[in-house]
Design a protein. Structure first.
Length: 172
């Protein structure tokens, strides 16, 4: 089975922007934010709201299954999500054949994250929670791709090189 590449990142890191710049590379790329509708709902539940935290473990298990299905194609798969490696491992613990996983983190400075999230209309307490999430991810995932001061195409090329190098395939 091919290797799953996971890029985690706290809100504001640039995952959604990066996704648009990875479409021309020779691997499957998916993002946790792609399943809910634009209002954050999935099957009638606002999956993005903290009030839905009770269903998040089931959502994470769903993504473990989706990743496994995508890996059956034999090519590398890049999954972008906000999870820690520990949260992913918990979701994968009952999987029949959990995918081999290589981790990286998409990140930016806290000041840049504040600016990005303020532009989205986030409240200050929500922004501070995202800052805490970023700190947790920095402590748990060493490999970093920074989006601060770099254009998304440049970051996408670096990510593509990582996926291709660790998969035994080179990006075109």
């Amino acid at each position: 089975m091919s290797k799953l590449h996971v890029i985690t990142g706290a809100p504001g890191a640039g995952k959604s922007t990066l996704l648009r710049h990875l479409k021309d590379y020779p691997f499957a790329t998916v993002d946790f934010d792609e399943l809910p509708d634009p209002d954050g709902h999935l099957m009638g539940i606002d999956i993005t709201s903290p009030t839905a935290s009770a269903v998040w473990p089931a959502y994470n298990r769903l993504w473990v299954k989706i990743a496994g299905m995508l890996l059956r194609t034999g090519g590398p798969v890049l999954l972008m999500c906000p999870l820690t490696p520990e949260e992913w491992a918990s979701a994968a613990e009952d999987a029949v054949d959990p995918p081999r996983t290589d981790w990286a983190r998409l990140d930016c400075s806290d000041a840049e994250r504040r600016t990005r999230l303020a532009a989205r209309g986030w409240e200050s307490d929500e922004v501070e929670e995202a800052i805490k999430d970023a700190e947790e991810l920095r402590a748990s995932v060493d490999r970093e791709f920074t989006t601060g001061g770099r254009g998304p195409a440049e970051v996408a090329a670096a990510v593509a090189d990582w996926v291709s190098d660790s998969s035994g395939r080179r990006a075109q």
